[in-house]
Design a protein around this ligand. Structure first.
Ligand SMILES: C=C(O[C@H]1C=CC=C(C(=O)O)[C@@H]1O)C(=O)O
Length: 469
């Protein structure tokens, strides 16, 4: 097996030759310079990375253990930000312009593609409080991307053009020096469990009960059918949280979830989410409807009984049905062959089990990830039904801003297909502080105390991992 130094030397030796294959002069004439031209060079990595290091500066990571997939991005080759109700339309315009001007070379025939990160906060409303960490909505092409699946891996080096071979050799050479040796460092194991102190909860349990009662009154009055309420919990640890270890612990505890890290301006937004907003591959779509939750039990018979009770629960099935119906309605105008299973399946995680309906559909020609995100987000799994009434009710009723919690993030391919995950089971982590978020769907028949316990179970996902980070 090649040593990290040899991997770096091999990549650097191939850099100049790879750069020669890129068209570096701008092909655009006068008047066509408003949007960004990009070049990307893909280089095979002779070894799959064992770790994704936390380097200084902006970076993102997506790792899914069961799917054996990882994607990471470091630094910035290009980015676009947007906010307000048209945020996705603005980013779509940039993405569509980029699609026609993104030149890629894959001299090693890795078969991988270049990629960008697309993500956005729960609400399109601009917020200075959140802006200092992540902008409201962001399309971000990293300077150096890492991509691995099924035992193969590649680096994707990207830069704006026009450029020169000398400039790229210097810039990408430095980026490889900073990243490659640390891709093969041994993964740090978990530490002894640290004590976490609960510092601040919004709402507290009695405020939560009032909020649930108010939601039930709105449902009784027929102005809402479902609304998803959430809470924020701030904790401090007895030591600084180590983001690498935290991501490792989450991947270990939740191997069927997408573990995400979005790091900018000194803090990390971290999630281990079971819910995919959508995956588009060509014209094939997969969308998850996840809603309806029960606890787990260490005793197998008791655990099975909890799962069976969940699948038979009228309240949970109604909560779930709103999500399926809204997804169908959102996809109908631009998709055909929309198929949902007759009955929801059970998705079992280490802290909770959910009702889950994987929905499949076929997108019409020309429909891309931006269109689909705009139509689907937010589903009643995180917002409510009807959509606009539930958003308006939450804006008035919820005592804090959700920020990126219940927003979405994922990766976009140059053909504008890709994958987005709903940002659940998440925390914003900075030093020894973490802000955690969790919510629960309220429908007629919901009980405030049971819903509180459900949010506690959801918070446990991140709390248990933070202890070992
Ligand atoms: C809003 C959250 O979960 C959603 C996703 C799955 C199950 C849910 C539920 O049963 O209420 C929620 O709709 C959260 O985890 O914060």
């Amino acid at each position: 097996m090649l040593a990290p130094r040899q991997v770096l030397e091999q990549l650097k030796a191939r850099l100049a030759e790879g750069i020669e294959r890129l068209p570096l002069a701008s092909a655009r004439g006068a008047g066509g310079e408003a949007e960004q031209d990009l070049v990307s060079l893909l280089l095979a990595l002779p070894r799959v990375p064992s770790s994704l290091p936390q380097l200084a500066g902006a970076q993102f990571q997506f790792r899914h253990v069961h799917r054996d997939e990882l994607r990471a991005g470091y630094g910035t080759a290009a980015e676009w930000r947007a906010q307000g109700t048209d945020r996705l339309r603005h980013l779509a315009a940039s993405g569509r312009a980029l699609r026609a001007h993104w030149y890629r070379a894959d001299p090693d025939e890795t078969g991988f593609e270049a990629f960008a990160m697309l993500g956005f906060a729960a609400s399109p409303d601009p917020s200075p409080m959140i802006e200092d960490h992540l902008p409201n909505a962001l399309l971000w092409v990293p300077e150096i991307g890492v991509r691995a699946s099924e035992g193969a891996a590649a680096l994707v080096l990207s830069a704006p053009r026009p450029s020169t071979p000398e400039a790229l050799l210097e810039r990408w050479g430095a980026a490889l020096d900073a990243l490659v040796p640390s891709l093969y460092e041994p993964v740090e194991g978990p530490r002894m469990a640290a004590r976490l102190s609960r510092e601040f909860a919004e709402p507290d349990q009695s405020g939560w009960a009032e909020l649930v009662e108010a939601a039930l009154r709105a449902i009784e009055a027929d102005s809402l059918q479902k609304v998803v309420l959430s809470r924020r919990l701030d904790v401090t640890g007895t030591r600084r949280f180590d983001v690498d270890r935290l991501l490792g612990a989450l991947s270990c505890l939740f191997p069927s979830c997408q573990v995400i890290n979005l790091r900018r301006n000194g803090s990390s937004f971290i999630a281990a989410t079971p819910e995919r907003l959508l995956r588009q591959q060509g014209r094939a779509l997969e969308v998850d409807a996840i809603a309806g939750t029960a606890d787990r039990d260490q005793d197998t018979a008791a655990d099975t009984a909890l799962g069976e009770a969940l699948r038979a629960s009228d309240k949970n099935l109604r909560e779930h049905r709103f999500v399926i119906d809204a997804i169908r309605e959102a996809l109908q105008p631009c998709c055909s062959d929309i198929r949902a299973p007759a009955k929801p399946q059970l998705m079992q995680l280490s802290n909770a089990q959910h009702l889950w309906s994987p929905i499949r559909a076929h997108a019409e020609a020309g429909v891309d990830l931006f269109d689909l995100a705009e139509r689907l987000h937010p589903t009643p799994a995180t917002n409510g039904q009807p959509r606009h009434e539930a958003s308006a009710w939450l804006r008035q009723g919820e005592p804090f801003e959700r920020g990126w919690y219940t927003g979405a993030a994922g990766t976009l391919e140059p053909d504008l297909s890709g994958e987005l995950w709903v940002l659940l089971r998440c925390a914003r982590v900075c030093g020894n502080r973490a802000e955690l978020y969790a919510g629960a769907g309220i429908v007629a028949g919901s009980d405030p105390a049971t819903e509180w316990d459900e949010t506690e179970a959801k918070l446990r996902a991140m709390l248990s991992a933070l202890q070992y980070a």
